[in-house]
Unconditional design. Structure first.
Length: 255
């Protein structure tokens, strides 16, 4: 019961803080008479958001972004998880590959984006590749650390019982590394959204990144720009929440 009350209280506090911030934004814009093309009031953004959904604009650009996010995120997550596990259980592979992994992660995504467009073309493949790359590294590194630093006592117990490498991995290391793996997955899920938007921003005919370009460019529609940013934030929250739900489900299965 306390847990439920605590969650309700936390949600209520979060909503209250958000409502106060929006009210302050609305009041400041109205009192200062800020031009709409510079900073629209939240009420104007909300109205433009509703109009974009009612006339089909938002949905038309949302669907490609979701497709790129899901496909790229799943591919990047699977590859990142596999790389992290291999590097976590093999000291030799970790020593060889870790510097390259860190170097690749530190390369700016905006620098790689044009290369992917050249290699894969301006279609969905380039956006999916960018999503996969950007979501791969946080999951790979968090999995590597979590698997490598699994509880030494449990690992030694399994070894003393004559467990094979696979039994040691699935029975000791991965269960102990679950929290670290899901922490990386949460970061990867939100970064995959960034990857999809950046890929669309660099080129394409549809997607929320394209809509951002249109709103700030040819349409010069600042309220639509803010409405699109709100939609992108909603997608990020949903992606994060799905990973959190998956973590709860995995925790229940392990009991």
């Amino acid at each position: 019961m306390r847990s439920v009350r605590s969650r309700v209280g936390s949600v209520a506090t979060t909503l209250l803080v958000g409502a106060v911030a929006i009210a302050m934004w609305e009041g400041a814009v109205r009192l200062a008479s800020v031009p709409q093309f510079i900073l629209p009031a939240p009420s104007v953004v909300a109205l433009r958001f509703a109009v974009a959904w009612s006339d089909g604009t938002m949905l038309r650009h949302l669907i490609p972004t979701i497709q790129e996010l899901v496909i790229g995120g799943v591919i990047g997550g699977a590859v990142g998880l596999l790389i992290g596990i291999v590097l976590g259980i093999s000291g030799a592979a970790r020593r060889i590959a870790s510097p390259y992994l860190v170097a690749a992660q530190s390369t700016p995504l905006l620098a790689l984006g044009p290369l992917f467009v050249i290699w894969f073309g301006p279609g969905a493949a380039a956006k999916i590749a960018i999503c996969a790359i950007i979501s791969l590294f946080p999951l790979a590194i968090s999995t590597l650390v979590a698997v490598r630093d699994a509880d030494a006592g449990i690992v030694e117990l399994f070894r003393s019982l004559g467990a094979s490498r696979l039994q040691l991995l699935f029975g000791a290391r991965l269960p102990a590394a679950r929290a670290g793996i899901f922490a990386g997955a949460r970061v990867a899920a939100t970064l995959a959204v960034v990857g999809a938007i950046v890929g669309e921003w660099l080129g394409g005919s549809a997607g929320l990144g394209v809509l951002v370009n249109l709103a700030r460019g040819s349409l010069f529609d600042t309220p639509l720009l803010f409405a699109t940013l709100v939609q992108i934030a909603i997608i990020g929250i949903c992606a994060y929440s799905l990973v959190a739900l998956a973590e709860r489900f995995a925790s229940r299965l392990s009991r």
